[in-house]
Design a protein around this ligand. Structure first.
Ligand code: MN
Length: 232
């Protein structure tokens, strides 16, 4: 066995998610996100809902907020939006995975929030620049515990819902995904080598909108789980 290296600075911790019904953890490698994957959301953002190829951006694994923790309102923005999403957790990696084999690579599912500095994202879109400052900032990925696929199966339908202070803001159903989870895994694995621990945020239904300090955001995906965060 290799001796442990002596690090010159403290080594970062491995980000991980809790697992529903277990004390074990799911270690996180990367966080991939799919853009515009519900037709109604594509339309509300001013895009054509036709089935263009999926596109991806990333968040940082240490952007996760666990255990229904608070979401600190981020700096340099006046327009932070909520986006509730089904998250697929990859348990077995691979490249060029076929659609028919894709579900075998998924260990479980979670509910996630793709918190977005919409004003900064819009500036970057207009300038043709990358989206990181709009999407991959600190605390930008509140997430629930992972529900094992061995227990819940692979949900292809189920209500997706988000409430702010008890009022419904986002509603949809997994059966409205433009690109289905097996198709996302197959396509993404042609672009990147998927690794155990990768998370894929699969896109948000219509109804995205701003939050302000003090808001309570509660969201759920039927059959998968629920998540809440307070904007502070
Ligand atoms: Mn999103």
């Amino acid at each position: 066995m290799e001796p442990m290296p002596e690090y010159v600075i403290p080594a970062p911790a491995v980000p991980c998610l809790p697992i529903r019904g277990s004390d074990a953890r799911f270690p996180v490698h990367r966080i991939y996100c799919v853009g515009r994957n519900y037709a109604a959301h594509a339309i509300e953002m001013g895009h054509d809902p036709d089935r263009e190829l999926p596109f991806f951006f990333l968040k940082n694994p240490d952007n996760l907020v666990l255990d229904n923790g608070d979401f600190p309102y981020p700096p340099k923005t006046g327009n932070v939006h909520h986006e509730v999403e089904l998250v697929a957790a990859i348990g077995r990696g691979g490249s060029e995975i076929g659609v028919d084999a894709a579900l075998d690579h998924i260990w479980g599912y979670a509910v996630g929030l793709d918190m977005t500095r919409r004003d900064l994202q819009a500036e970057m879109k207009n300038a043709g620049r990358p989206w990181e400052i709009g999407k991959a900032f600190e605390h930008s990925a509140p997430m629930s515990a992972v529900a094992p696929a061995a227990e819940i199966g692979h949900p292809a339908e189920g209500r997706v819902e988000l409430r702010v202070n008890g009022e419904i803001r986002q509603e949809g159903d997994l059966n409205q995904l433009i690109w289905k989870v097996p198709e996302i895994v197959a396509y993404l694995s042609g672009l990147f080598e998927l690794r155990p621990g990768d998370l894929i945020m699969t896109g948000t239904p219509a109804g995205v909108g701003p939050v302000v300090r003090g808001d309570l955001v509660e969201c759920s995906v039927a059959g998968v789980g629920a998540l809440a965060t307070r904007i502070v």
